[in-house]
Design a binder for this molecule. Structure first.
Ligand code: MLT
Length: 377
């Protein structure tokens, strides 16, 4: 309107007046939207420099419309599609951190995060520690071997004792399915499941899906194969829930002896032959055989397993040219995957590790935000 009037006004002075009005109005609009953006960024602990790209601006704009309410992350089975998307949107905002010279945000300053790991871990524990440290939290690392658990203390007693010291978030890995849930019912701190028995490994599932979305733009309609030891894999379960909720078609591939009980109740296809399905797959996730969780041998020999289910250079020639190759690690080179494939052009295995950091920052940020909202109300 003002612009039209500006063109219609004849007198020089009036035209100048209108021109100044337009400039003033534009500055007002720019100033207001800049302020709103700064507020959002401060809430997220992200400086303006870091949200340069259009993608991150979009992400943060959408983020404003959803309120995360869970102070625990126990499983992906529980989450809605919108909740999953919200985690990815938050992770996208945090991703810029890895490229900064100072990799810190003040988001969890003054908070204590405990890594309560009753099982061995390299990637997950370090990734959670790094994520917490990038958010400025204090971190306590607990391992079973060096604790009173080796003297017979129960999980709940250990956690309650830690809580008495004022912890805010517990990241737990345990060999019993349901341990994270049990803990969340027994203490006030936020609980994040870093792998419970055969049940779930939610942050691994999230980082796997996040990696695929970054490569492919969306999960909708993708054909994904999860290959190997499905029976003992918490990664497979978290993958199945997140991938299918976001519109992918999942096929579990492996010998019948490595399929979980009640597999027919899962929202997946099943194949006992990798060769039958490899040509159709957009993504393949190769699982480790979890010998440490097995009673007996689920197949005649490791060589035979590799022959039928290993991802070899020869098999890759029959796959789609751009099929993504994934693995949650640790890799048994030569068993479930050949070295040339693990390190080859289709592999996104190291991207998964890198993306895990942003995902875990997002999860720690969100559970803490939900706890803070709960304490206020
Ligand atoms: C897990 O903890 O489940 C791993 O990340 C996958 C594996 O151990 O094979």
């Amino acid at each position: 309107m003002i612009l039209i009037r500006l063109l219609l006004v004849k007198s020089e002075a009036k035209r100048l007046d209108c021109f100044l009005l337009v400039i003033g109005y534009s500055l007002l609009v720019i100033g207001y939207s800049g302020r709103q953006k700064r507020i959002t960024n401060i809430q997220q602990g992200i400086s303006n420099k870091e949200v340069k790209s259009e993608r991150h601006r979009d992400v943060i704009r959408r983020n404003n419309k959803f309120i995360w309410k869970r102070k625990h992350l126990l499983s992906l089975r529980d989450l809605s599609r919108r909740e999953l998307e919200h985690i990815f949107e938050t992770a996208a905002g945090f991703e810029q951190f890895s490229t900064r010279s100072i990799k810190k945000a003040p988001t969890l300053r003054g908070k204590v995060v405990v890594n309560l790991f009753f099982e061995d871990s390299t990637r997950t524990r370090i990734s959670f520690s790094l994520a917490a440290s990038r958010l400025s939290a204090d971190i306590v690392d607990f391992t079973k071997k060096s604790s009173s658990v080796s003297k017979g203390e129960t999980l709940i007693d250990t956690a309650r004792n830690l809580e008495a010291m004022g912890i805010d978030i517990v990241v737990i890995r345990h060999n019993a399915g349901g341990a994270a849930k049990l803990l969340s019912r027994s203490i006030n701190a936020c609980v994040v499941n870093a792998g419970d028995g055969f049940n779930e490994h939610p942050t691994q599932g999230l980082l796997d899906v996040y990696t695929i979305i970054k490569e492919r733009g969306s999960m909708e309609g993708l054909k994904i194969g999860i290959v190997g030891d499905i029976a003992h894999s918490r990664v497979a379960r978290s993958n199945i829930w997140a991938m299918t909720k976001l519109g992918a078609e999942v096929t579990l591939i492996g010998p019948p002896t490595l399929m979980p009980p009640k597999v027919d109740q899962l929202p997946v296809n099943i194949s006992y032959s990798l060769d039958d399905v490899i040509e159709d797959l957009d993504v393949i996730n190769m699982l480790r055989i979890q010998f440490e969780r097995m009673g007996g041998n689920p197949f005649p020999s490791v060589r035979e397993y590799s022959h039928f289910f290993g991802l070899t250079v020869e098999r890759m020639q029959r796959a789609k040219d751009d099929m993504l190759v994934m693995h949650p690690g640790p890799i048994n080179r030569g068993l479930e995957i050949e070295s040339q494939v693990a390190d080859g052009k289709n592999s996104v295995i190291l991207d998964q590790v890198a993306n895990g950091l942003a995902i875990r920052m997002a999860v720690l940020f969100l559970v803490n935000q939900a706890a803070a909202a709960e304490n206020k109300s």
